[in-house]
Ligand binder design. Structure first.
Ligand code: ADP
Ligand code: MG
Length: 177
């Protein structure tokens, strides 16, 4: 993978914080700071919050109705106005060529919003994402590690305003720190 351009580490104390992070990214992928579209890779163990984050982003983008996890189908697609959203989950890929054979590569366009869970299972043919979000279980909540690999991803990172929580308090460091 090409070299990361920028990085941001956040703590997400509860699922509302995950929703809030998705709520901050939604306008960005919908074109608030440039053309709409972009690719986000979501890494993390089962239950880390990849689907929860994606659902919240799709909801905040105006997608109504049921948002299914693509665990079995590999792909769920949506369209709002003229913008396409592709939600992949590669957990069940049996080999790294399966998604290529399914024609999924044609969907990884810069003018579509592409969210990919378990990108590591797709192997080396997957293009570099604009943003990778790695979610890690902590004692309470999750740590989120956001890495931008493109100028677009870097623009998004710069627009994110921590702390990510509806009711979290920012505790300033001690004066003598
Ligand atoms: N920041 C968070 N802190 C605690 N729980 C969270 C947080 N974000 C999401 N969750 C919860 O963790 C679970 C994540 O499940 P899911 O999104 O299906 O995981 P994955 O797709 O990564 O396997 C959900 O029950 C969700 O409510
Ligand atoms: Mg999932």
């Amino acid at each position: 993978m090409s070299a990361p351009l920028a990085h941001l580490a956040l703590h997400l104390p509860d699922e509302h914080a995950t929703d809030a992070l998705a709520g901050q990214l939604a306008p960005l992928v919908n074109g608030a700071h440039g053309p709409a579209g972009g690719r986000i890779h979501l890494r993390g163990d089962l239950g880390a919050g990849k689907t929860a984050f994606t659902r919240a982003l799709l909801r905040a983008s105006g997608i109504k109705g049921r948002i299914k996890s693509p665990t079995y189908a590999l792909l769920e697609s949506y369209k709002v106005s003229n913008l396409y959203f592709y939600h992949f989950d590669f957990y069940r890929l049996s080999d790294t060529r399966e998604w290529l054979d399914a024609g999924f590569r044609d969907l990884l366009r810069d003018d579509a919003v592409v969210l990919i869970e378990w990108p590591e299972r797709a192997g080396a043919f997957l293009p570099v994402p604009d943003l990778e979000i790695a979610l890690l279980h902590t004692e309470q909540g999750r740590d989120a590690s956001l890495t931008a690999y493109t100028a677009r991803g870097q623009t998004w990172l710069n627009a994110i305003v921590p702390p990510i929580a509806a009711h979290s308090r920012h505790v300033p460091p001690p004066a003598d720190a």
